[in-house]
Structure formats: C-alpha cells, structure tokens
Design a protein around this ligand. Structure first.
Ligand code: AGP
Length: 643
C-alpha cells in the first residue's frame, strides 16, 4: 500500500506534491518520487527511503511545473530500491504513472508487452501500466501520436485520447488499485482511476488535486469527491470530469469534509503517537456523547440507553456474531467478543480476516458479521466481508448477510461496502501504531454490547446503569493515568532500552490488552514481545523466562485477579523482572512486582480502556529512547491495502 497525490492548477506543483506526500508517508516510506510536466517533457525524480531524500534531490531540479503526480511507496513487488520507486514511465518517457495497489495479472501482461518489444526497468507489477497506456495511445485514432490498429481489439471514443487509452489499459488489469497518470503530450490533463483502492479528488479555485487520503490535500481544499470503484476522472485546469468504466460521463458533486488542517499536525508533541495517546480522553468523551443517551436512567424501558441508530433488522432473532479484523482491530474485536458474550449473551467468534477468507466457518443462521477496521481500507478485512456477502446472497432470510462495519473512516471503501457503520469518532490517526482508534473501537463495542444487552434484557437495568456510569468516569481516569504515570513510565523505560524480549500477561477481558501491549512494543521498538493469556504461560512459554525477560502483568481487581497474581508468581520464580499494571501496591502485589504502573480501580469489564494506556506509553517511551522513528516504524504502513 502506498500514497498517491496529484495536482493540476496554477501554482508550482512540486511543493504541493511534497507536502501532500508528507501527510501520506504513514502509508509507506520505502521510497518516494514525483513527476511533473515542464517545457514539453516529463521530469521524474525518485529516491530510495524516506521523503527527505527525495526533497533534497529535488532542490537541484525543481521546476515551476503546474501539473504533477507524487508517490510514497510500501514495497510489495520488488525491493525498496530507487529503480522500483514510482512514478514509472513508458519507453519514450512521455507517460508517468503512480499506483497504490497490486496488479495481479502483471506477469502475463509483462510477457505480452515484452513480445511487442517493450523493455522493463523495474521489478514491479505496476510498470506494465505506462507501457499499456503507451500502446493504446499509439493506436488511438484521435491520438497526437501515430494512429494504427487497435492493439487489443479496442475502439477509442472518449473526448480525450489519454483518458481513453487509460480506460482501455485499465480493462486489461486485474487487482485492486488506484492510479494517477500524466502524459507530456497532454500537459493539461491528469487522469485518475479507482479500482478497489481509495482515491479522492479535491476541488480548489482553478486547481484540482487527487490523493489516496484527505490529509494530503486538506490544507488546500475541503471539497472532495471520493471516486467509486471502476470510475475514472479527468482533471484539467478547467474542472473535473468523472466517467464510468464504459467511458460514460457521470454527474458527481464534491462534498465538504469535516476536517481541519490542524488535526493533522503534531501540535507541540514530539510524535503523532504521543499526541494521539493524549487525545484519548477526548475520544472517549466524543463516543460517550455520540453513542449514549444522556437522559436515560435505569427503569426507562421505552428508550435504549444506547443511540447507535442501527436498524432493527440487524438485531432481530440474532443468534450469533462473527467478527473479522486484523492487527489492533482484531484485539479490539476480542474485547468485543467478551462484552457481547458476557453482557448480551450472544455467542461471538473472532476471526483474522486473512484466515477467514480462505477457511470461512460453515454458514450459521441469523448471524451478524462485523468488520472492524480503523482505516476501512484493509484488503483482508474487505475481502472477508465481500466473501461473506457473496456466499449468503442466494440463501433464505435466516442465512442472508447482515453486515456491520466499525471504522474510523466512514467515507472509506468499507463505508461503501456495508449498509451500516459505527463511526468510531477518533479523528484522523497519523501514527502508524494505532492508539486512539483502538480505544474508540472499544467504545463502539461497549455501545453495541450494551444496546443488545438492553434489548434482550440480558442484564438488569441497574447493572446497565452501573456500567454506563462507570464508562462516564473513564475519560477522567485516563487523564489521571496520563498525568500521574507518564514521567514514571518514561523513567521505567530506561531499564529496557537494551532488552531483547518481553512478555505481556493478561486474563479474561485483559488478555487482548496483553496482546495489544506486545504488538505496540514490537511495532515501534522492534523488541520481540509476546502477549499470553496468563494461565497459558505454564504450558510452554514459561521456558522463555529468565532474568533477561521482563514480564508485564495486568492484574485488575475482579474474577481473575488472584489467578493473574499466581501466574505472575510463576514468572517471578524464574527470575523475571515483573511489572504490574494494577491499582494495588500493597499486600501480595507489593511482594511480587518489581515495578508498578498504577491505574485506577475500575469495574473489571471497563478495565481494558484503562490498562491499555500505560502499555501504549511504555512502548512509546522505549521506542523513543532507542531513537527510533515512532510514527513510521520500519516495514509497516498505516493501512494495508494489499493481501
Ligand atoms: C496497529 O498498530 C497496526 N498498525 C495494525 O496492526 C493495524 O491495526 C492493522 O493493519 C489493521 O488496520 P485497520 O484497523 O485499518 O484495518
């Protein structure tokens, strides 16, 4: 997955493209490149590694060009080297192309093109595209370039030969992708294509943009039009034309984004991740306001305490829930399973979307399928949901697909794919490691589980009221944890700058938090870390323990507190340094734990929203002390739009 940006207008394009790419670097940062058109030529500059390498190269070759495309890459096909960096160009260096996505049938297209005499300069799947466009342009009847016989039996008919050549080239491609194209022979056109990978068009005053994500263009315009699958757009200095895959012009209007440029700035924090950790109390408040009915109190059996606005068809005769997700969203889903089962009494299964795609569970009746994805663009999650939709299509009502999405980006592909969404209201998250979007996903699950619990009368209204009251205290508790613990967690982190392995233990509803703590540490500090259900450690992982392997144990009051303490004892007996995330620093806990990260005493059911905070901070400070790029860890990208 990569980031694309494009500009056509009256300003110098290079800086606009570079600053757009800066906002998209979270999508990949193996290499970057831009191509502009100036004095009848395409100027293409590419550099391996992060954007600053490209920026310094461009200082020598900057032009006043007013049209251009840019790309930041997360390598899929071909090493992260300059020769594989985008833009890719045709043989005559007239056409430049940037792509986000994968071309599945690139091998056969490459062979076909090689037989026609095309030579390839990269190892990528996407280099076939400029050659295909060149081939179609060459044979286009209305082209400025020599006309000839249509190469693949096609007829050009569009008002723009370039648009038509792109359209025909795209018909040859299989896969999920978004593309932006410029051509020196059509210096007033920027063509954009969407096929299952996100791309938005931005409308300015006499200038137009395209980008994989809105932060790239938000400082120029808030009027955007996300393209739908199969659509192409032709951007000229005069306006934007949108076409369907048959080449027919469509009527489309931009809409105004509710986003402002400061949301995508660090605002004094050293890293986006730290800023986003600190935004979490606000995120929980926003979710409380949006999801819960402020006027509700126990005894009110006419209104639900929850106002998710989901239609009855989602809930009627519901027997089962299955959730598909990846990474951190998968961890939120496991907390969700716990809540849906314990509060609402509905059997719930959680699947890695990437596994579910190829080994789906047998169809069950009256089943709600939930896709959880903060970006709404994760290819595996989308494919799992698409498969579920398709395999239930011809079935009777009991087996029909009921789909729900939980996402932070309702305008994403997921938003178009499923009929109902819970919007997680965390605001744009830039740090590659998810923090505030995780908390917001947890809030969505609390709301869903409590709504179902109320409707099914699975718990008493008094209990319901108690949980909601507890939830309302959470923003303050998170603030207290941030305020009182950040400095001491930073101090504690000094002890682990050289540590090679970490173990995280949790049980019950805090088991997924142990997984999340381990994932955060792995992602940004590159320290090997594993999360385990505390009781499972003795069945094997305990062999890993010695004085060099610290163990973080989440020991919150409730049904499993004593059990976690006993499991922590087992680790202590193997000389591990024990760090307790717990409200208790006396009694047995004081004897076991070498270090404490105190958190408030809250209802066990609510504790995950609190216990994850110190684990995020611990991962952050260890990574920051190691001098690592916290916001853009190696090999990762924010949204994984490839399989
Ligand atoms: C989280 O820190 C990770 N970057 C990653 O595991 C992420 O949660 C996963 O790729 C799923 O992303 P999504 O929520 O956008 O679908």
């Amino acid at each position: 997955m990569c980031g694309i940006v494009g500009y056509i207008g009256t300003q110098a394009a290079t800086e606009i493209l570079l600053s757009g790419l800066e906002k998209l670097e979270y999508r990949g940062y193996d290499s970057a490149g831009i191509a502009t058109i100036w004095e009848g030529e395409v100027n293409c500059v590419r550099a391996k590694g992060k954007l600053y390498n490209l920026r310094s190269k461009l200082e020598q070759v900057e032009t006043p060009a007013q049209i251009g495309i840019g790309h930041t890459r997360w390598a899929t096909h071909g090493k992260p080297e300059e020769y594989n960096a985008h833009p890719h160009m045709d043989a005559d260096l007239r056409i430049a192309v940037v792509v986000n996505g994968i071309i599945e049938n690139y091998s056969e297209l490459r062979e076909e093109l090689k037989q026609k005499g095309y030579q390839f300069r990269s190892e990528t799947d996407v280099e076939v595209i400029p050659h295909l466009i060149a081939e179609f342009l060459k044979h286009s009847p209305s082209s400025a370039i020599t006309p000839g016989v249509a190469p693949f039996g096609s007829i050009a008919f569009s008002p723009s030969p370039l648009l038509e050549a792109v359209r025909q080239a795209v018909h040859k491609l299989r896969g999920a992708f978004a593309i932006a194209i410029i051509c020196a022979d059509y210096p007033d056109e920027l063509i954009v294509v969407r096929q299952q990978a996100p791309i938005v068009i931005g409308f300015g005053q006499g200038e137009f943009f395209c980008a994989s994500d809105t932060p790239a263009i938000i400082s120029h315009t808030r009027a955007v039009l996300p393209l739908d699958n199969g659509e192409l757009a032709r951007l000229t200095p005069l306006g934007v034309e949108v076409y369907n895959s048959a080449g027919e012009r469509l009527k489309k209007q931009p809409r105004l984004l509710n986003l402002n440029p400061t949301m995508v700035e660090k605002q004094g924090f050293k890293h986006f991740m730290l800023k986003e950790i600190y935004e979490q109390p606000g995120v929980v408040r926003a979710c409380l306001d949006a999801y819960f009915n402020a006027d509700w109190s126990a005894g009110d059996s006419t209104n639900s305490p929850v106002k998710l606005g989901l239609p009855g068809e989602i809930y009627t005769d519901l027997e089962q829930i299955q959730i598909v997700a990846c990474g951190t969203s998968w961890h939120a889903a496991i907390v969700g399973k716990y809540l849906l089962e314990q509060l609402a009494g509905i059997p719930t299964q959680v699947h890695y979307a990437s596994e579910f795609r190829y080994a789906p569970t047998p169809l069950t009746a009256n089943t709600l399928t939930i896709g959880v994805t903060q970006s709404g663009e994760t290819a595996d999650t989308l494919a799992a949901l698409a498969m579920e939709k398709e395999r239930r299509q011809d079935k009777d009502t009991k087996y029909k697909a009921r789909l729900l999405g939980i996402t932070n980006r309702p305008e994403s592909t997921l938003g178009h794919m499923v009929p109902h969404i819970i919007n997680t209201l965390a605001g744009i998250e830039i740090g590659v490691a998810a923090t505030k979007t995780f908390i917001a996903q947890l809030m969505a699950f609390y709301a869903l589980a409590l709504d179902l619990a109320y409707l099914r009368q699975a718990i008493s209204q008094t209990k319901l009221q108690e949980i909601i009251n507890g939830l309302r205290q959470i923003p303050g508790e998170i603030e207290a944890t941030l305020e009182s613990q950040e400095k001491s967690i930073e101090q504690l982190a000094h002890n682990f700058a050289e540590t090679k392995d970490f173990i995280f233990l949790g049980r019950g509803i805090n088991y997924p938090i142990a997984l999340e703590g381990a994932l955060k540490l792995k992602e940004i500090s590159y320290i090997h870390a594993e999360g385990y259900p505390a009781g499972e450690m003795k069945h094997g992982p305990i062999a890993l323990l010695d004085a060099k392997v610290p163990v973080v144990a989440i020991a919150m009051p409730g049904s499993v507190y004593e059990k976690v303490i006993s499991n922590a004892q087992e680790a202590k007996a193997r000389d591990s340094r024990l760090i307790g995330v717990t409200p208790f620093h006396h009694g047995e806990a004081a004897e076991i734990f070498n270090d404490f990260i105190p958190v408030s005493k809250v209802d066990e059911l609510l504790s995950p929203i609190l216990t994850v905070i110190p684990l995020q901070l611990l991962a952050y400070h260890i990574a920051a002390l190691r001098g690592l790029d916290v916001d853009q860890p190696r090999n990762l990208a924010k949204s994984v739009t490839v399989e």
